[in-house]
Design a protein around this ligand. Structure first.
Ligand code: ADP
Ligand code: MG
Length: 324
């Protein structure tokens, strides 16, 4: 273990130590572990972009208030995407894996993505799954804390963030990017905040990340061209339609016994977001557990839907009040 840690960053040494561990485990007859370690080691070699193992750049201490490393817990099996988006992501992953080859031809590699779509449509989840698929560390930038910190420091913070992303192969994710789009609209021409926002946009324009930079926003129609033209791809996340609702329900109950047909409710679930759908399904499963049943019943699902409906009504009311 000690040798393994000491060899971090030196790939040949690292591999040699792992080979030794595998040989030891084989000798001890721990075949399953040995085979699994072998598979992991072989997989590392399949990312030519990062030369097998990705480097870990020391995390800037000053950035810990607004950059957070997230350990991805979700994989592609956990997300429902439209066919178009699946194709797009498969293409991006392919491009990333062969980035050197593309660059040798003097061609640009797409690496800056803007995710647009209503709340609960899977933007954050997708960024996580994407990082996981690429085998890259996932860093979450909290724009609200980055911007609301002392403005004078914000500029330095932004510079540090980008310096970090330039050196660290990673997925750097700016969630709630609306904060930026909005502050461009709402602040006066010469305010300091406006300058900060503009400098952030310039950084985005100039950076060539070693992994990906992804920003997510709930706004779409009003998206400022100064914002979206900085990105290589704009990815739209839609509210699920009837077909996707059915697909989601099938997915949500794939490992659970049911005594009814969830898809018969697809009509009543129109205008639900994926996050709403998830809440209903989880709640229905929970009720069946609480009732000590082995299968989820029609009554459980209807009960869960009533809860969700109440929640949605309340939320709508709050939104209307804010607008007034
Ligand atoms: N496309 C999707 N497929 C499966 N589950 C989804 C999807 N979109 C959202 N969810 C569920 O809703 C939760 C919240 O979604 P999130 O990614 O935070 O939405 P957004 O960032 O667009 O507001 C997710 O953690 C997931 O459980
Ligand atoms: Mg989100």
């Amino acid at each position: 273990m000690k040798k393994l840690l000491a060899s971090y960053g030196r790939e040949d040494d690292f591999r040699a130590v792992v080979e030794q561990i595998i040989a030891d485990e084989e000798k001890k007859n721990n075949r399953v572990l040995a085979r699994s370690l072998r598979k992991t080691l072989d997989n590392l070699g399949s990312h030519p972009q990062t030369g097998g193992l990705s480097r870990l750049v020391p995390f800037p201490d000053e950035a810990k208030d607004f950059i957070q490393r997230i350990e991805p817990r979700h994989g592609p099996q956990d997300i429902i995407l439209s066919r178009g988006n699946i194709e797009l992501f498969v293409g991006l992953i392919r491009e990333f894996r062969q980035a050197d080859r593309i660059r040798r031809h003097g061609l640009p590699v797409r690496s800056k993505l803007l995710f647009c779509g209503p709340p609960g449509s899977g933007k954050t989840l997708c960024a996580e799954v994407f990082a996981n698929e690429l085998g890259l560390p996932f860093f979450h930038v909290r724009l609200d804390s980055l911007i609301s910190s002392y403005l004078g420091e914000t500029a330095t913070n932004i510079r540090k963030t980008f310096e970090f992303a330039r050196r660290q192969p990673c997925v750097l994710f700016f969630d709630e990017f609306d904060a930026i789009a909005r502050s461009r609209e709402e602040t006066g021409e010469h305010s300091e905040l406006r300058r900060v926002v503009n400098s952030l946009l310039i950084f985005i324009e100039q950076i060539e990340p070693q992994g990906f930079l992804i920003a997510a926003t709930n706004l779409d129609a009003h998206l400022d061209p100064a914002v979206w033209r900085r990105f290589d791809e704009i990815v739209w996340f839609e509210q699920p339609d009837d077909k996707m609702i059915r697909k989601y329900l099938e997915h949500a109950f794939r490992n659970v016994k049911v005594t009814f047909d969830p898809s018969s409710y697809s009509n009543q679930l129109q205008s639900y977001s994926y996050a709403d759908l998830e809440r209903v399904c989880v709640q229905a499963i929970k009720l069946s557990v609480l009732n000590g049943n082995r299968a989820v019943s029609d009554a459980d699902f209807r009960h869960a839907m009533r809860d969700a409906e109440r929640r949605r009504m309340r939320k709508q009311k709050l939104e209307d009040q804010t607008r007034e």
